[in-house]
Design a protein around this ligand. Structure first.
Ligand SMILES: [Mg+2]
Length: 254
C-alpha cells in the first residue's frame, strides 16, 4: 500500500497536524533573531519579508541573503538562540495531548534542522524532540571551512522551488489519499515561510497579527487565528471529539 510509505500514516491516524516552527511553536522567529542580532539587522529583514509577502521576490532569495549576512559560527548562533527563544505557552500540553490521541505532529520549516532540533530538545527533552518528524532546510560548511568557524556555514535548501522549502510537497501526498483513508489535515503558521502550505489543508491556523493573516485575507484562504497553542488545542480537540465540524472552525480573523 502506497500510503503506508507516508511517515505520518504509520499509526493510521484520522488527523495530522502540520506546523511551522519559528514564530509558531516558538514565540520568536529564530531566523529573524539571528538576522537582526548577528546579521544585517531588522530593517533590511523586514523589507525582505514585505517583498515576499506582496510577491515582489521569492522567499528563497530573500532568505538566502539574510542567512548570508550572518558571519557568526553556527554553534554560536545555536547558543544565542537557546538563550533567547521561548516556547509557545500552550505547545507542550498540546504536544502530549496529540501524542496520546494519535494526532501526529509534523514540523515543516524554512529554518535549519540542527537549530530546530536543538531548540526542541531544550524545550521538550531529547526523546520528545526526536519523536517529531521535521522537514526543513539544512546547513552545510562552505567549501574548505567548518560550520563552527566565522563565515563557515551556509543554508542548504530543501528543494529547487522559489520557496527554498515548498511545504506543499510534504502535505499533498496526504491530501491525495483516497476517501476513507485520508486523514483530516491541519496546518499552523505565522509568516512568509508558510505561503506554500496555506492552501493545502482543511483548517489553517494563522497567528494573530502576523503576516500569514494578511496573506490569507488577500488570497481568500479560509483560516482561523490563534494567539497561542492553547486555542489550537481547544479547537483541534473539539474537532477530534466530533463536537465541531472542521469547516465551521475556519472563522477568519477574530
Ligand atoms: Mg514562522
Amino acid at each position: 500500500m502506497g500510503s503506508t510509505a507516508l511517515p505520518a500514516m504509520r499509526t493510521a491516524p484520522q488527523f495530522i497536524f502540520f506546523t511551522d516552527f519559528d514564530g509558531t511553536i516558538t514565540q520568536q522567529d529564530s531566523n529573524d533573531f539571528i538576522t537582526d542580532n548577528l546579521g544585517f539587522g531588522a530593517g533590511l529583514r523586514k523589507m525582505g519579508n514585505g517583498d515576499v509577502l506582496f510577491g515582489r521576490r521569492d522567499f528563497r532569495d530573500s532568505f538566502q541573503e539574510m542567512m548570508d549576512s550572518i558571519k557568526a559560527p553556527f554553534d554560536q548562533c545555536i547558543d544565542t538562540l537557546l538563550q533567547n527563544i521561548t516556547l509557545d505557552a500552550g505547545f507542550k500540553e498540546f504536544f502530549y495531548w496529540a501524542r496520546d490521541n494519535n494526532v501526529p505532529i509534523v514540523v515543516l520549516s524554512g529554518g535549519m534542522e540542527p537549530i530546530i532540533r536543538a531548540l526542541l530538545a531544550h524545550f521538550l527533552g531529547r526523546d520528545e524532540a526526536d519523536s517529531l518528524q521535521i522537514v526543513s532546510n539544512n546547513v552545510a560548511a562552505r567549501p574548505g571551512r567548518s560550520i563552527n568557524e566565522e563565515g563557515g556555514w551556509q543554508i542548504v535548501f530543501h528543494d529547487a522551488s522559489g520557496f527554498g522549502h515548498d511545504k506543499s510537497l510534504e502535505i499533498r501526498p496526504y491530501a491525495n489519499l483516497p476517501e476513507g483513508e485520508r486523514p483530516v489535515l491541519f496546518y499552523a503558521g505565522d509568516g512568509v515561510s508558510d505561503l506554500s502550505a496555506a492552501k493545502e489543508t482543511e483548517l489553517l491556523f494563522a497567528k494573530a497579527g502576523r503576516d500569514l493573516v494578511t496573506y490569507c485575507e488577500k488570497e481568500n484562504v479560509p483560516f482561523t487565528t490563534f494567539q497561542d497553542f492553547s486555542e489550537i488545542h481547544d479547537t483541534v480537540k473539539d474537532i477530534v471529539e466530533g463536537k465541531i465540524n472542521v469547516k465551521d472552525a475556519a472563522t477568519g480573523r477574530k
